[in-house]
Design a protein around this ligand. Structure first.
Ligand SMILES: Nc1ncnc2c1ncn2[C@@H]1O[C@H](COP(=O)(O)OP(=O)(O)OP(=O)(O)O)[C@@H](O)[C@H]1O
Ligand SMILES: [Mg+2]
Length: 418
């Protein structure tokens, strides 16, 4: 977390990437003249739908009335000079700090008073850079939904780029599933998190002009005090295909282990790519294992490959279930969830369900008698018989997509490093 301790102004990585033509162009900051021509989608649920109908310049995006432009000094004060002990976490973009602002004036307030915020600060050598920072402001600044994290504001001053979010007290799903410390999530909470995240994705996909999230993974699912899930990190979000187009062609970006195979291979992005990633996270919720675990050997490194054969077999499913559940889950519901995961992971994108269908199935599961409470009919899973090994509690950063079949060159930006 070395970068978190450096409170000097962050430099901005303004590397822009091209799309699936196979080229990648790097535009230096000096040649990046600010305004970009980003195409915006419109949504009935948006806070200011009219501003999303037309392409907007960078300046217009940043002028959105729903997000506050903060000065660097304000955020420095709000986080007590980006104190190391207020670090909430670190990702590809940089470190996330806890801070306080007055809930009415949105100015820095004393720690412990006002509203808690999470401040994400671009690190000097951040990969995601300016373009993703702007994309995040563009989408999260306009989209409002109970299952999307709220962007309070941003800071763009000199080379510094920061994002200010509502604080999510329970942190990320990744922390709860894979790290030592928090109590293991009970079955009912896992189902609740899956439903919240599915609702967020379904909202994006079914919006008047579709949004493809492209970075669905456990670390981007944040949890409030009641374990309501909210999606964060819209830096890779993309407008879905319009008219009679079936997909959008993009440079392959995402996170290894979560990205859909056909997208890695072709750069063709559809909402079904998100559905695949949802299937991976559903498997993580069932198994307590990471999508990609380099600490393991052979097939066990790859959760999907390892788990797939067990998903359709009621009697064998217990073998992949999280031992931390200690058998406390309803057998039927677990099997239904596993079947759903298997459908989401179908290699043929067209046969994957839509997120709205996934959501309905999960909601039915939650509503069905005994889905979350009946622990009498648990899998008869003598924990010792499970092939699961202890989940490692260290953090892994599967940041390089290495699609063997990808036609894309191995430019830094073409294979996303997150
Ligand atoms: N709004 C928030 N409230 C509370 N904690 C947060 C918030 N946003 C981020 N965090 C914490 O900071 C951590 C780092 O988040 P960040 O989005 O920068 O990286 P990441 O998602 O882990 O990785 P990547 O850069 O690959 O997306 C999260 O895992 C979470 O624990
Ligand atoms: Mg994240």
């Amino acid at each position: 977390m070395g970068n978190c301790l450096n409170s000097s102004s962050a430099q901005v990585d303004t590397t822009l990437s091209s799309h699936a033509s196979g080229t990648s162009k790097n535009v230096s900051k000096s040649s990046y003249s600010g305004p970009s021509s980003l195409t915006i989608s419109s949504y009935s649920e948006m806070s200011s739908a009219s501003s999303l109908q037309t392409p907007r310049s960078e300046g217009e995006i940043l002028l959105s009335p729903s997000v506050k432009p903060f000065s660097f000094i304000e955020l420095k004060n709000a986080t007590r000079n980006f104190r190391p002990d207020s670090v909430l976490g670190e990702g590809g973009f940089g470190c996330v700090f806890k801070g306080w602002i007055d809930e009415f004036t949105l100015t820095a307030s004393k720690p412990g008073s006002g509203m808690i915020i999470a401040v994400k600060k671009l690190k000097p050598e951040g990969y995601q850079g300016h373009k993703e920072w702007l994309t995040e402001v563009k989408y999260l600044g306009q989209l409002r939904h109970p299952n999307l994290v709220k962007l309070v504001g941003y800071c763009s001053e000199g080379d510094s780029r920061l994002l200010v979010y509502e604080f999510m007290p329970k942190g990320s799903l990744e922390n709860h599933l894979f790290r030592r410390g928090p109590q293991p999530l009970p079955w009912a909470t896992r189902l609740k998190v899956a439903i919240g995240a599915a609702r967020g994705l379904a909202f994006l996909h079914d919006a008047e002009e579709q949004v493809i999230y492209r970075d669905f993974k456990a670390s981007n699912i944040l949890l409030d005090a009641e374990f309501n899930a909210k999606l964060s990190d819209f830096g890779l979000a993309k407008a879905g295909p319009t008219g009679d187009k079936t997909h959008v062609s993009t440079q392959v970006m995402g996170t290894q282990g979560y990205a859909a195979p056909e997208y890695i291979a072709t750069g063709r992005l559809t909402a079904k790519s998100d559905v695949y990633s949802f299937g991976v996270v559903l498997l993580e919720l069932l198994s307590g294992r990471r999508a990609l675990d380099k600490q393991k050997t052979g097939i066990e490194q790859d959760l999907v490959e390892w788990a797939k054969p067990y998903l359709g077999d009621k009697r064998k499913l217990f073998r992949i279930m999280d031992t931390k559940l200690e058998g406390q889950y309803p057998q039927k519901a677990a099997y239904t969830a596993a079947t759903l995961a298997s459908q989401c992971l179908n290699l043929e994108p067209k046969t994957r369900p839509r997120m709205s269908q996934v959501l309905s199935s999960l909601e039915e599961l939650q509503a069905s008698k005994g889905a979350s409470k009946d622990h009498h009919k648990v899998m008869s899973s003598p924990v010792g018989k499970s092939p699961m090994r202890q989940v490692p509690h260290h953090r892994q950063s599967p940041r390089n997509l290495t699609p063997l079949a990808s036609p894309l060159p191995h430019h830094r930006q073409s294979l996303q490093v997150r």
